[in-house]
Unconditional design. Structure first.
Length: 140
């Protein structure tokens, strides 16, 4: 199938709990032709809001009506193309929300600091017009 160019990723940032916790939300829509999702980088205003935070936990939530392909993959890369969550977002479920903690250096689970823009990369989705949400729980 051909790519129709109608896929997208949108970001929003919300500070919670007296300013010590925040959520970066990435809502995504797969292409209506082949299901692909473009890599998307946080814009300047969202990037500025994230500086000084750490990613403590990530949730992936497939849409109940138009879910993604089972076992699709996500990476969240920084300006050096490093996956800040260490590969723990591989093989996501198409039916169940999942929660993970970043894996640092392939050895220790913990909070990953944010420095610069972040890019969401979604691969392996072939279900057309699939919808999903990624929540990054940020802490100071």
């Amino acid at each position: 199938m051909a790519t129709n160019g109608d896929s997208a990723v949108t970001f929003s940032f919300q500070s919670l709990v007296g300013g010590n916790m925040a959520v970066l939300k990435a809502s995504w829509l797969g292409d209506s032709g082949d299901g692909s999702v473009p890599a998307a980088t946080t814009n300047a205003s969202v990037t500025a809001l994230m500086q000084g935070w750490t990613v403590g936990m990530i949730e992936t939530i497939p849409d109940a009506t138009v879910p993604p392909t089972n076992l699709y993959d996500i990476t969240i890369t920084d300006m050096y193309s490093l996956d800040i969550v260490g590969g723990v977002l591989a093989n996501r479920s198409s039916t169940v929300a999942q929660r993970v903690i970043p894996l640092l250096n392939g050895v220790v689970y913990g909070a990953a600091p944010i420095y610069g823009a972040l890019t969401i990369n979604i691969t392996g989705n072939t279900d057309v017009a699939a919808v999903g949400t990624i929540l990054l729980f940020l802490y100071r």
